[in-house]
Design a protein around this ligand. Structure first.
Ligand code: KG4
Length: 331
């Protein structure tokens, strides 16, 4: 079979990223232009500012991605942009740019679900990984357990009923005064603490999660405890949310119709060092754990180009009226 090059385009939140990936697994380039310093002073992503910055960056980032990969537009087989979920204005920039390229170059347009992209980050890190497997998907906007039945076939088994786990990390960081983006800062400070505070966990009969109770308990403790140790609070928060994740993952792995021992992590929060360490311990119980390289955990276009490749070879093609869908679901 001939090599297939996909051009991934990602602009769903605060990273403008373009990548060239060969056959879904080999990254020829992955340029990430982050807006974090721009949004830092507001304590979070300002959607309108994100859209404007994507517009300014997109052509430059695309040019760099092609240059770095040593290819030109004519070598690309498919244009594969994220079309959801995400901030609608931000998504529209990458998607419109992709549609213009598809039209002008007469190349197929193949839309990618951003969550599918996060899952595909594992295919880049582990060349041998193939479905089926169970994915613990944890990002700033989503938290769900996905049964990855095939490269383009997914079943969501459980999800958060309120906050995404990344949102909870960011909120905890803000409450204890660490600033944005909070996840990496909580991760760092927690390493200096011990989990001395007992935080309430939610137990549902099914495979859903809830993180708002833990978040509120952190806020209340922070307000009401004199001389509170912030490192210990961060460590306690990480421990409580990780226990929830692992409890549900174990329930999934014991379901009678799950015939895999493989668990992959995905999404920005899968960069968390405590969560990675605790999931790795499951290998002692006979599970195989995969987790993306740190630089592929957070938003990037290489993962989108990888998922785009699998959509392309499965025959998916989109028309030029493909729209951005802010709350796009996996299945
Ligand atoms: O996947 P991502 O880059 O964007 C979405 O698609 O949502 O995830 C961003 C989230 C943010 O909430 C950020 O605080 C969190 O991932 N994050 C982390 C870490 N690195 C990023 N959370 C905990 N520990 C980290 N090391």
């Amino acid at each position: 079979m001939e090599d297939v090059l996909t051009l991934g385009i990602e602009s769903s939140c605060d990273e403008t990223s373009v990548a060239v990936v060969k056959n879904g697994r080999e990254v020829l380039s992955n340029i990430i232009d982050t807006q974090i310093p721009i949004h830092e002073k507001y304590g979070g992503v300002v959607p309108e500012i994100a859209s404007r910055n994507h517009i300014e960056a997109i052509s430059r980032v695309t040019k760099l991605a092609l240059e770095k990969a040593g290819v030109s537009f004519k070598d690309i087989d498919a244009i594969t942009p994220t079309y959801g979920p995400g901030l609608v204005g931000a998504l529209l920039v990458g998607l419109s740019y992709a549609k213009a390229l598809s039209y002008a170059l007469d190349k197929p347009l193949v839309g990618v679900n951003h969550i599918q992209g996060h899952i595909a980050a594992n295919y880049i890190t582990y060349k041998e990984l193939e479905p089926p497997f169970i994915c613990m998907m944890m990002s700033g906007g989503n938290t769900q357990i996905v049964n990855v039945k095939g490269y383009t076939e997914f079943e969501v088994l459980g999800k958060t009923r309120d906050d995404a786990i990344g949102e909870a990390f960011d909120k905890v960081a803000r409450v204890v005064g660490l600033g944005y983006p909070g996840g990496p800062k909580v991760d760092k400070l927690a390493k200096e603490g011990i989990p001395e505070y007992d935080l309430p966990k939610t137990h549902f009969d099914n495979l859903d999660f809830s993180f708002s109770g833990i978040k509120t308990a952190v806020i209340n403790l922070n307000h009401n405890t004199p001389n509170l140790n912030k490192a210990n609070l961060c460590a306690s928060f990480e421990k409580a949310v990780t226990e929830e994740l692992i409890e549900n993952i174990k329930k999934v792995m014991e379901l009678p119709d799950i015939n895999t021992k493989t668990i992959a992590l995905a999404g920005g929060v899968s960069a968390n060092s405590y969560i990675r360490k605790e999931f790795l311990k499951l290998e002692d119980e006979g599970y195989k754990i995969y987790m993306p390289d740190l630089k592929l955990c957070t938003d990037n276009a290489a993962m989108i180009a990888s998922a785009g490749y699998y959509n392309y070879i499965s025959g998916k093609r989109d028309a030029l009226d493909l729209n951005a869908i802010p709350n796009l679901k996996l299945n």
